[in-house]
Design a protein around this ligand. Structure first.
Ligand code: COS
Length: 384
């Protein structure tokens, strides 16, 4: 077992850290406060390959492996989970799914556009009555001549008002259940496609979320991804990549909360000493550090399995479960260690807590991850 990073992985980590400090950190708080979509950041990011870290450079990617991707997402997660969320959706849920399931023509048409950031991708699986129960797709697609016609609604779609290309799931044959679901590549300027921004989210406020309404959206057959009944498998394989990126970002976020807490407790005085000298404070710092390191190694283990190109649902679900819950817990402890100022937006820890709360819900709740892990280990299926 080798715990050292390769020179390429270290270089990507350093490059992303420098980018995050220069372009994201100075504006993250304001973007959150004013719900500003970070378009300028994405424009600057695109030439670096970081929009799609694992795509080859000729497609606009950074040519990284999955450990490299985790290191990059960790660095972005340290400063802004909204930006990391946009990238997880664009790269992990959209681009990598086209890479895995797309025809040669679809890959050639879309991957360089997504890689170079000329198109922004989103992923529309969830509906108001299809969250954890993702098989319960009501948005319908029916074949008419050599086209598909889509009608229905999607909910809670990250980047839904901003994306150019939407990987969208629809029911083509209700009698077939999850085997009657299809995946479509929907250009968001297709007539009948409408996105409405969700206001008032607790966190991830700079990563805009939308509800979608599709009314007689007509697509040529070339926009079908995979075969008509493959949609659910495509969605689940996409989530194996998405959840991994979320987990990596959460490790970064938790690390940022730990770093901020170490710095603050060394500076803040009480009873004539820095509070870092107090045993109860050191206990909290130690608990936070142990949790962050544990989550990190679960992410790298999942990345190691992903690099082999084999099914990684179990490893990814454990990494997602632990890393997202760690981000919430560590952010909460960081606020406690900062005291009253931690409860204000003067310090980033309150933003980290608000942002982290979403990660235990989206891309499969913590409860769903536990049931995936439980099913894997026991062979008993809690979903029937
Ligand atoms: N990769 C490839 N294929 C997969 C897969 C994966 N990771 N996971 C499942 N499949 C395949 C299965 O092999 C099965 O294939 P067959 O039809 O040939 O038997 C099919 O997909 C159905 O899989 P499964 O039986 O696991 O489906 P379930 O209905 O039991 O899935 C859960 C239940 C809860 C796991 C699923 O609905 C889920 O993940 N829900 C959460 C959805 C989510 O994360 N939403 C967030 C959206 S993005 S914000």
């Amino acid at each position: 077992m080798n715990f050292d990073f390769s020179p390429e992985q270290t270089a990507l980590q350093m490059q992303t850290r420098a980018f995050a400090q220069e372009h994201i950190a100075p504006v993250a708080a304001r973007n959150d406060r004013e719900e500003i979509f970070p378009r300028a950041i994405l424009d600057n990011l695109a030439p670096t390959g970081l929009m799609t870290p694992t795509l080859p450079p000729e497609m606009g990617g950074a040519g990284a492996d999955f450990i490299g991707e985790a290191l990059a997402f960790e660095e972005i997660g340290k400063v802004c989970s909204s930006v990391r969320t946009i990238l997880s959706v664009h790269n992990s849920l959209c681009a990598l799914t086209i890479k895995q399931w797309g025809s040669q023509e679809q890959q050639t048409r879309y991957l360089p556009e997504l890689g170079h950031g000329r198109l922004l991708g989103c992923f529309a699986l969830t509906e108001f009555t299809a969250g954890s129960e993702a098989t319960n797709q009501n948005l319908g697609a029916r074949p008419v001549g050599d086209e598909w016609v889509l009608n229905g609604r999607k909910a809670w779609v990250s980047s839904g008002t901003k994306a150019d290309l939407c990987l969208l799931f629809a029911q083509t044959d209700p009698a077939q259940g999850h085997r009657g679901i299809a995946a479509f590549l929907v250009p968001t300027d297709t007539p009948g496609f409408q996105a409405e921004k969700v206001w008032g989210k607790t966190g991830l406020r700079s990563a805009h979320t939308a509800h979608l309404n599709l009314k007689d959206v007509r697509l040529p057959a070339t926009q079908l991804l995979g075969r008509a009944g493959d949609g659910f498998k495509i969605a689940m394989s996409a989530l194996d990549n998405g959840r991994y990126g979320v987990a990596a970002g959460c490790v970064g976020q938790a690390q940022a909360c730990l770093d901020a807490s170490v710095a603050y407790t060394k500076e803040r005085q009480a009873f004539g000493k820095p509070i870092a000298a107090k045993q109860l404070v050191q206990e909290m710092i130690a608990d936070m550090a142990a949790a962050v390191e544990s989550a990190r190694f679960l992410v790298y283990r999942a990345g190691h399995v992903k690099n082999k190109g084999i099914r990684n649902t179990y490893e990814t679900s454990i990494a997602k479960l632990v890393a997202t819950e760690t981000a919430v817990n560590v952010a909460r402890q960081a606020i406690q260690l900062h005291g009253a100022v931690g409860y204000t937006n003067e310090y980033p820890v309150e933003r980290h807590l608000r942002d982290a709360l979403a990660t235990t819900i989206y891309e499969g709740t913590s409860q769903i991850q536990k049931l995936i892990i439980g099913r894997h280990l026991t062979g008993e299926n809690a979903f029937v």
